[in-house]
Design a protein around this ligand. Structure first.
Ligand SMILES: Cc1cc2nc3c(=O)[nH]c(=O)nc-3n(C[C@H](O)[C@H](O)[C@H](O)COP(=O)(O)O)c2cc1C
Length: 334
């Protein structure tokens, strides 16, 4: 285990997950209404849309939900952090006339349920309780089917959150003891294909290519690693450290180097200097999506972008060549 990884006390393990958005659970029954905070909540299913939320036995909210079979999850924003803490710090059971009035909270009507929706939030889910008496009793876990949902289009539209410049509209994430985080910046990760020892010789989209390139070679005087454009290359003493005609650097094991490269005079074979790639045909295939591939079984993992080429030098021996470099140094073998 890496030295920066430290144990977390199990009673605090929930804090590792607690940065999903904190919600406010509103409920109503028999002319009375209430709201509580709930950091422990989650999506549960797509269709029908379902959510879950932990509602402790001590809460008045729980009584109202059990009696009405309904609740709403209101998603508060940064501007409501203090109100969220206040809502979650005292029971509405004995507040007169109710918690909303006591905390100066405005509401508007939901469309499908009697529970009110809290103004100023950025999203609202109207839910019908799916009664699961066993898990409610044993784990305080309540499941709801979402029967209507609303969001402030300044921060959520077309199925996506887009928190912009206004920090007050960001969702909030409760850790403990009054400590919140506001949601951070968004970014996209691309889906990568994980190539698992493909056999390019039987792939109709692959073809044989030869490399026409003169390179600079230094033989490693000790084990080490270098970072090629495609990932870490670990090498052993004696392996060839190559600088290609395009300035890229990579390593080649000594056995393979001796087969694949020949010295260009005045360099003599086995000493540092200029070498030319022998025209040994290799299989290559251009990829349409980003991908990863291990250089060999259990070897360094290389990363390729869309349009880069995956190379098969021999069975189980792979590489990645960036497209512009491929175009400069490779040509079709047949
Ligand atoms: C930010 C925050 C998050 C909370 N998360 C939960 C939770 O996930 N489940 C729960 O049962 N109580 C949670 N609580 C405590 C309840 O909100 C609290 O017991 C509330 O006063 C109950 O109100 P009620 O009796 O009016 O229903 C949380 C409190 C705060 C401040």
């Amino acid at each position: 285990m890496h030295e920066t990884i430290k144990a977390v006390e199990l009673p605090k393990a929930y804090r590792l997950l607690n940065h999903g958005p904190t919600v406010l659970v509103s409920s109503a029954h028999g002319g009375r209404r209430n709201i509580m905070a709930a950091a422990w909540n989650s999506g549960l299913d797509f269709t029908p849309a379902k959510v879950l939320v932990v509602i402790d036995k001590s809460t008045w909210t729980r009584e109202l939900i059990e009696a009405s079979g309904e609740f709403a999850l209101n998603i508060p924003c940064r501007a409501q952090a203090q109100a969220t803490l206040d809502i979650g710090s005292g029971s509405g059971r004995s507040m007169v006339p109710d918690k909303f009035a006591r905390l100066g909270l405005s509401t508007f009507a939901a469309t499908k349920i009697a529970a009110p929706l809290l103004e100023g939030c950025v999203a609202w889910l109207e839910c019908k309780r799916i009664a699961e008496p066993h898990i409610e009793k044993a784990h305080d876990l309540f499941i709801g089917e979402v029967i209507a949902a609303w969001a402030d289009s300044r921060v959520f539209s077309n199925g996506h959150w887009h928190f912009g410049e206004d920090p007050s509209l960001r969702t909030i994430h409760y850790i403990a003891g009054g400590s919140f985080h506001a949601i951070g910046d968004s970014f996209e990760a691309v889906k990568r294909a994980v190539l698992s020892a493909p056999d390019l010789s039987s792939d109709a989209a692959a073809a044989r290519y030869v490399k026409d390139e003169t390179v600079d070679v230094v033989f490693a005087v000790e084990d080490g690693e270098l970072r090629s454009r495609e990932g870490i290359n670990r090498y052993r003493r004696g392996d060839a450290l190559i600088t290609g005609s395009t300035g890229d650097r990579w390593s080649v094991s000594r056995e393979r180097f001796d087969i694949k490269y020949e010295a260009v005079p005045p360099a003599i074979s086995g000493s540092d200097g200029r070498y030319r790639a022998c025209p040994v045909p290799v299989w290559a295939k251009q990829m349409a999506t980003p991908f990863t591939i291990a250089r060999s079984a259990g070897g360094d993992v290389l990363e390729g972008n869309a349009r880069d080429w995956v190379m098969q030098y021999a069975p189980g021996d792979y590489g990645v060549v960036e497209n512009s470099r491929f175009q400069q140094v490779y040509r079709r073998a047949d």
